[in-house]
Each structure stands twice: as C-alpha cells, then as structure tokens.
Design a protein around this ligand. Sequence first.
Ligand code: DGJ
Length: 765
Amino acid sequence: MAVIFHEATKIFHLFNNEISYIMRIMENGQMENLYYGKAIRDQEDFGHMHEETMRSLMSVCVPEPGILSMQYTKQEYPVYGTGDYRSPAFTVVQENGSRIVNYIYVSHKIYKGKKEILPLPATYVEEEAEADSLEITLHDQVTDTDLILSYTIYTSVPVITRNARFVQAGPQTVILDRAMSASVEFLDMDFEMVHLAGAWSRERYVKNRKLEMGIQSIQNLAGTGSSSDHNPFLALKRPHTTESQGEVYGFSLVYSGNFLAQVEVSTFDLTRVMLGIHPEGFAWELKQGESFQTPEVVMVYSDKGLNKMSQVYHRLYRTRMMRGKWRDQVRPILLNNWEATYFDFNEEKILTIARKAKEAGVELFVLDDGWFGTRNDDYHGLGDWYVNRSKLPDGIDGLSKKVEEIGLKFGLWVELEMVNKDSDLYRAHPDWVIGAPNRFESHARHQFVLDFSRKEVVDYIYEMISKVIRESSISYIKWDMNRYMSEPYSKGTEPSKQGMVMHRYILGVYDLYTRLTTQFPDILFESCASGGARFDPAMLYFAPQTWTSDDTDAGERLKIQYGTSYVYPIVSIGSHVSAVPNHQLLRTTPIDTRANVAYFGTFGYELDLNLLSDSEMEKVKRQIAFMKQHRSLIQMEGDFYRLVSPFEGAGNETAWMVVSPDQSEAIAGFYQRLNKINASWLRLKLQGLCEDTLYEVSCNMEPAFDLDETLASVYGIQEEEEAVQVYQAYGAELMYAGIPINRTDLMIKGGDFASLLYIIKKIEK
Ligand code: DGJ
C-alpha cells in the first residue's frame, strides 16, 4: 500500500519508489504538511519534522501550555483568519457575515485506484493497482460543512493528484468565495518559479524567476479559456536544476477557465504554492445538501531535471488524461484549408485542394471557418450551424462524401460557444449572450459569448451541431473559440448566483464536449482557441490534440512548441507546414525546416499544395512518407528530450529529440535561426541513449533549395550531397561528445532557418 496512516502519531505517508508526501494531524485537528520530495523510508513517527518556537506577535491556536501557531506551520489547506497572515486556500462566508471556520479532522479513507470527479475532467486509472488514494474528511461544526481533501499517488510514477470538495450538511447557506484545489508548502525559498507566458501567436514562452519574499503569481481572468497569456502550470526548480539534472516540482491545474497559480514566500522563507479557480469574481453558494468540487492539481516531482518532469507529464496525460479511440492511435496527417483560402472558397476550390492533398499522401482534409450561415467574413453567421449553400450547394453531407470518394477522411471546423449579432441565433435569443443589463457589451472579432452557464443554451447548440454531424461523414472536428469573456453576467441567472457564472460556463463547455464525444466516439477532436489560448490538460480529456498557435512560422514555432512541451505530450501539439512567405510574419523558411519542426507534433499542412513547385511537391510526398514511418515513435512511444533552448543565450539554436523506450531508435532535430559566417564549432549533445550501444547516425543532406550552380561551386556543394550522411558512434559519444554539426551542412539546408534531422538507430550485431 502506497498510503500509510500511522495511528499513534497521526501521520499519513504517501510514497512510491520515487516520492514521499508526509502529513500529520495537528494538535488543533487541522492538517500539517511535513515533507514533499524524493522518497524517504517510512517509519512510525515523523513528528520531529514539526518545529515549534515561540515568537513575538505569534497567535497561538491551542490552549496553553501549547505553542502551536498557524503562522509558522506548513499547512495542508490553510484557513483564513487563524493567525496565519498569508493567503488562505479557501474562505467560507457565513450567514452572520463571519469568515471564521475551524475544519478539523474527522475521518479518512484509504483505497486502491482513483475516483472520478465528474463533471470535471481529471486523470484516471485503468486498473486499481495503478494508484492508491486517500480522502481526509475535515468538519466545521458551526456551519456543519465537510471539507474532503483527496489525494492519489500513482504507483510507478512520481505523481500525486489533489483536489478539495466541500459538502454543506447544515441548514445555513454559505458562500465559498475562494476554494483552491491544493496548497503545498516548502520549508525554504531556494527556488526559481518556471511558468509559461505569452500572447496570441507567441504562446507558452518559458519564463524563469527567482523567488522573492511576498507573492509571485500568474493568473487568468479570461473566462472562456485558460488563455494564451498564462498557462495553468508552474514549477519550482532549484536554481541549478537544468533540463537533465536537479530537483523540480511541477504543478499543473486541470482546468480551462479562470485560474490563479500563486507562490507566496513568507518572511521566514516558507514557500506556499497554491493553484485553483481564481477567487476574483467567484462566489459559490452552497445550500444544505449541496457540494462544490474543485478541479484537480497534478503534481510531478523530478530529481532529474525538467526533461524528466515533462516526460512524466507527457506519459500521464497521453495515457491517463486523454481517452477514447484516439488515445492510443497515431494521428492522421491532415490538410487544413484556413491559410489556403480563408473565407474565400467554393466546393470546386475545396475539392481541387483535397485532390492534390491526396496525391501527396495526406489522410484527412479539414474544412475550416466559413462553411455555414452567411459566414463570408467574421462579422456574420456565427451561431447558425447549417451549411451555406451558395458556397457548398451539396451541403456538408455532399462535400464530405466527395472528399471521401477522393480517398481522404473529412473534418469540420466549428466555434460553438460564440455568436455574431448578425445571425438567426442572436435574433431569436438576444438574451443568450453574456453581458450585464444596461451596460455596453464589448465584442472581440465582432462576436459575443453565448451563455454556456445556461443548460438551455448548451442544449440548443448540441441539437444544431449534432444534426450536421449525424447527416454527414465527419471523422474530425476542430473546436475553435476565438474570444475571451467580458462583462461577465448571465441574464438567465439569479443575482445571488452571478459569482457562479464563469465556472458554470466552463462546466457548460465540458458538458457539450461530453455529449458530443459520447455520441460520436469515433471522431477525433482538436481543440483550438485563436490558436493556443486553451491549451490545458482539461481539454486533452475531451480533445486529444490542440491547435498550438496561429503562428505557423517554423522559426516562431520552435519557441512555442518548446515551451508547450514542458507539460503537454508531443502527440497533443497541433503542428502544420504552411506557405511562405509565412502569413503571420512574412518570413521565408526552407520547406525542410517547416517539416522538421512540424514532425514534433500531430503534423499536417496548412496551404494549397497546388501552388507548390514540382520539386517542393516531391519533398512534401517524402515528408509525409517520413512521418508515416516515424509517427508511432514520435507521437506514441518515444520520450521527448529538450536539448538546446531557444530561450537561453542568444536563442539562435534549438534542438530536441525523441528516444524509443528501449533506446534502440531516436530522432533529433537541430534548428538555427540566422546563419553565421566564419563561426565556431557546433556539437549537438544527445540524451537518453544507451552509453554502450553502437548507433548509426544518418542525416538526409538533400539541399533545401534548387542549387544555384555558381554558389554550389563556391561552397563546394556537390550534387552527391543529396546522399544521406551516415556514420557510427556509441551512445556515450553521442551524448557526451555530441554530433559534430558542420556549418556547410547548414548552408546546404538553407542558411537562415536551416535545420538538420538525425535518425539514430541501434546497429544490430
Ligand atoms: C482561429 C484558429 O486558430 C484558426 O486556425 C482558424 O481556425 C480561425 N480561427 C478561423 O476563424
């Protein structure tokens, strides 16, 4: 059993081979955290880890002669108003206006496996033996409310999940105006906070800061999505921790709405981390018999650097967050028409693009925005989920069948949570949009947010879209969401419950996802939000891949995909080859590099292949064949390692790789931004290989462009350079001495934005 309760000392110990998490019931009945980190051997008593010292100004919370104080104690779920002057994990407002509560230990349950927390998404187990769980029930006598703190420790990975649930048994109505999912404390502040910050088209850049006394936090108040500004994730790493060594604690919140992820360092260096629904605008009313469930926090500990932390998240989220048919399947290579046509298409144009895609080896054609209502631009039609017959005379059913006759699967774009005012839906139900009475309602992209906190709205949209899906042959859905919430107010909700609207909105989104994924279990869903404004673990529960960013430029994608890989599995990272000059930056990058970046994701195309030259089209065919051959390693089996960070130093180089679990095969990508003249030597040091295994290293040296003869002779680039470069080396050499990267090779591969892709294979003796 990985959860032990030591009755005599009132100590809980959750442990596996890698981690330990130790708590005790304090003298006042509340819970104290004693230790979280690398596994330590179990024993009856860890009480000596609690240190008590009498200090001036200290509020003592047990009768004399005790000196227990909440101010200097690492609490498991800190309470407001106890003499602990840091931020609490929760506050409960009572009918008499008091916020003073006292939740004390009543009982606990230890069991095999892990419970669901529906309707919220969460990690799960398939066999009970995969995890052990602990539920600690605390009770506040005055309000007659239970607080249940839940923990699950996975048996064979360094993962603990946590959540909290409030159950109101008593007759009074209480308001939760803060209810975080978890709080964890450390005895020192010798950490850096790592998080992923950004904006549209530059999502999830890696940020690092040294902890200081006081509060450092990231947050999201966007309402509709976890946002492109901040991802619901943070890690605390030791200052010397790198990608490959050192301690790091990851915290990932399984939620798609407003969140707060906060680290508070006391003036005694105690470090308190908490994550959960953002308290701003949140007030959850709990009447007798009602309960409130917080989202899950997934905590990963690694003493082998950030790569190990990410690998643990990748495997957990790929196999125990994603569900359904697509969880264990490589993803179809798709072509999406958005950047090829935008709103300007008709059936013939779409079929012409689809035929060429088929010729190249593409497997799935995705029809993006513009197929419905009067949607010829972004002013009109959102909300009217029936086909625009002037563009598509045979409807989606007709088009989907024609695409299937070509030999491709058919996918469709939707944006179900939004409405344009110029739509039949808005004209029929103007009160269905979020917005406060007698106040201006802001728009974004000329659209308004449908009030998904109301069941009748979700029901209506469900009926409309499920009809389209039922009547057509649809294998894939891209679920987009292109604006944040403003003026949050629900016209269908009573005044006292307005503080519940934003969370209920997200529950409405989860509800619609649940209904659609249940009714259409074979459909592959890809979530999207103006690119990657809703890239969070909760989405992966419903949609096993996410459109990572609207920025399809290969140079920019390096940063975006590098940062995204901190938490999210490679198979979830939607990545496409797009046209040049790139539509977001007008930058031209070699087509090889565009593919070499996109391989480390779901892989697809976002352009009209009819516009490519013959030699480019031949390359595309080879790219698709390559991905089909290697996608199982990249997307399903392999461990991903970040090797060179675009966020460190001048950021001119980036590298990463995947390695098969048996270390017999690997693929490494090396990328540069600007080419350098007369420069120093470069070595790419790999990771994750077997030191004593002899590998064959190969790199395709076909030039990235049609060679100019004069230049080719100046640089001594021969036609034979098209051949594959091959050599042999032991794993130890590849990891510690590195692959020598020849600057001429980077010239052959295009100079600026050149890249090299290495295939590393064990030589069978
Ligand atoms: C935003 C998405 O990120 C794009 O890929 C595209 O689907 C557009 N919306 C369509 O409006």
